[in-house]
Design a protein around this ligand. Structure first.
Ligand SMILES: Cc1ncc(COP(=O)(O)OP(=O)(O)O)c(N)n1
Ligand SMILES: Cc1nc(C(=O)O)sc1CCOP(=O)(O)O
Ligand SMILES: [Mg+2]
Length: 210
C-alpha cells in the first residue's frame, strides 16, 4: 500500500532535493522527481542521484517523471509516464520487471488499459482544479475514482488540487493513495504540511475501516 507521493518542484521555497528531504522527514513514502524544464538531461540525473542518496536516511519509493533513461541510470524504483509519454512496453523493456511503472489516467477506459498493460499503479486526475498543470481535463469525481479502484487490482493515485481536507472524500478504497505538488508548499512548511496529509489519510482510512 502506498500513502503519499510528493512530487518535487524547484522554486524559491525549496529545490527538488530539499523538497524531497522535507517531505520524507514529514513521512512521505513516495517521491516523484518532476522537472518539465530539464528535459531528461544530465542535470536531472544529478538531482535524481542526490534524491537516491536520501535512501541512506529514509525508506521510500523513488520514481522519475517522464524520463525512463534517467530512472535507469540512477537506479530509481521506477518511472511515471503520462498518456503522451513513452509507452509502458518500452519502459518495461528498459527497466525490467522489478521496477515500478506508474501511468497517468483520466478515465475508466484508460485505467483498465494501463492495468492490463502491466502498470504497477495508476494516477487518476485531476480530482480538483490544479495550479500546477495546464490540464485539458475537467475535475474527476470521487465516484469515478471508486469505480476505477473497484475495477483495477492495482494502487490508484488520486492527483490534482488535493488538500488534506479532501482525503476523507477520496479514500474510497484501500488501494487509493494521493500525490501532491502545491498543497505541501502552503502553510507551515513542507514537513508539517506532509504530516497533515499523512494524518488525514490515516484517519480517513480508519473511519472507513481500511
Ligand atoms: C501520480 C501522477 N499522476 C499523474 C501525473 C501526470 O503525468 P503526465 O500526464 O505525464 O503529466 P506530467 O506530470 O508529465 O506533466 C503524474 N506526474 N503523477
Ligand atoms: C502533474 C499533474 N497531473 C495531473 C493529472 O490530472 O494527471 S494533475 C497534476 C498537478 C498536481 O499538482 P497539484 O497537487 O499542485 O494540484
Ligand atoms: Mg508525463
Amino acid at each position: 500500500m502506498f500513502n503519499l507521493c510528493v512530487i518535487t518542484a524547484s522554486d524559491q521555497l525549496a529545490d527538488h532535493v530539499q523538497t524531497a528531504q522535507a517531505a520524507l522527514a514529514g513521512g512521505a513514502d513516495m517521491i516523484q522527481l518532476r522537472d518539465k524544464q530539464l528535459d531528461c538531461n544530465d542535470e536531472l540525473l544529478a538531482i535524481a542521484r542526490q534524491i537516491m542518496e536520501l535512501k541512506r536516511q529514509y525508506s521510500f519509493h523513488f520514481v522519475v517523471n517522464d524520463c525512463i533513461e534517467v530512472a535507469l541510470k540512477c537506479d530509481a524504483d521506477g518511472v511515471h509516464l503520462g498518456q503522451d509519454d513513452d509507452g509502458i512496453d518500452l519502459a518495461r523493456q528498459i527497466l525490467g520487471n522489478d521496477k515500478l511503472i506508474g501511468i497517468s489516467t483520466h478515465s475508466l477506459v484508460e485505467a483498465v488499459k494501463a492495468a492490463e498493460a502491466g502498470a504497477d499503479y495508476i494516477g487518476f486526475g485531476p480530482m480538483y482544479a490544479t495550479v500546477s498543470k495546464d490540464s485539458p481535463y475537467s475535475p474527476r469525481s470521487a465516484d469515478e475514482l471508486r469505480r476505477i479502484a473497484e475495477t483495477v487490482q492495482i494502487p490508484v493515485c488520486a492527483i490534482g488540487g488535493i488538500e488534506p481536507e479532501v482525503l476523507d472524500e477520496l479514500c474510497v478504497s484501500p488501494q487509493v493513495f494521493c500525490a501532491v505538488i502545491s498543497g505541501i508548499r502552503q502553510g507551515t512548511g513542507i514537513s508539517e504540511q506532509v504530516k497533515a496529509y499523512i494524518e488525514a489519510l490515516r484517519s480517513a482510512r480508519k473511519r472507513r475501516g481500511f
